[in-house]
Design a protein around this ligand. Structure first.
Ligand code: AIR
Ligand code: ASP
Length: 267
């Protein structure tokens, strides 16, 4: 007879996932590297977009006056677009230049990445040339843990850590692939190539909703003809000025989204 107490540490079964326990406390204020989230009225929160940019897990850091407003507006437009295309998101409305009002969700600590063309860490991990098309798109999960350097995880690691249930894993995959494909098609209409992007999801009233931001801080977007970089890689790799780059992207998205809302509104 053995009991847990007599098992050596490494032989003990992992702790059972704590999935159905009460939703973890959502903190009053959460200060991230580029955003600040503050719970406001019951069930709501405000995301304030700062002017800070970081890369390499915070190793590189700079401030770009105006960046917060650009990421806020681009996120608003892209979240509204996804909502119109059947993806539940946390967005309620934009409050001012750099603040979004959202539903208060319990963020699942996973970075959900979808890739259409090889870049970044996938290029490093595989040695494939930049821009190689991924058919079908690549779906990846990373653990949102700065102290561990946001390591890549597979579904078994997610189960071991108790981060999401089996059915939640399926929902994350299906929502991420659908949302990414909708965005890829939208950007294509402006001659923009979506290489990859990162989503975060949250639990809210028994539902999984798309949360966080969708901006050039979280996507790789290139001009489809010239290959010009229109995302945070300009900062990561010192390629160009950040704010003029983000403004140029916004200027190409705005007309596209105005026409999309007219089309969807007319349905
Ligand atoms: N990403 C990942 N962690 C933070 C962010 N913003 C985004 C990157 C890129 C995609 O996820 O902006 O669009 C894949 O990143 P990587 O570094 O794994 O190649
Ligand atoms: N956002 C992460 C950081 O601040 C990773 C990145 O975007 O490069 O380091």
């Amino acid at each position: 007879m053995t009991s847990d107490a007599t098992l050596r540490r490494e032989d003990r079964p992992p702790p059972p996932p704590n999935l159905h326990a009460e939703i973890p406390e959502i903190p009053e204020i959460y200060e991230g590297k580029a955003k600040r989230v503050r719970r406001t009225a019951e069930g709501l929160a405000e995301i304030y977009f700062k002017d800070d940019a970081t890369a390499g897990n915070g190793k590189k850091h700079a401030r770009f006056p105006g960046k917060g407003a650009l990421c806020c507006r681009i996120s608003e437009l892209l979240l509204l677009y996804l909502a119109r295309h059947g993806i539940a998101t946390h967005l309620v409305r934009r409050v001012d230049e750099r603040t979004l009002l959202v539903r208060s969700v319990a963020i699942i600590p996973l970075e959900v990445v979808v890739r259409f063309q090889v870049a970044g860490s996938l290029a490093q991990r595989t040695g494939l040339p930049l821009g190689t098309t991924c058919t079908p798109p690549i779906y990846e999960l990373y653990y949102k843990r700065d102290d561990l350097g946001d390591p890549i995880l597979n579904d078994e690691h997610v189960r071991l850590l108790g981060l999401a249930t089996e059915s939640e894993l399926a929902v994350l995959r299906s929502l991420a692939l659908r949302a990414a494909e909708a965005l890829r098609q939208l950007l294509m209409r402006a001659d923009l190539a979506l290489y990859d992007l990162k989503f975060e999801f949250g639990r809210c009233a028994g539902e999984i909703v798309l949360a966080d931001e969708i901006s050039p801080d979280t996507c790789r977007i290139r001009d489809a003809r010239s290959g010009q970089v229109l995302d945070k890689d300009v900062f990561r790799q010192d390629l160009a000025e950040l704010c003029p780059t983000y403004s140029a992207l916004l200027a190409r998205l705005e007309p596209l989204l105005a026409s999309d809302s007219m089309i969807s509104g007319a349905r």
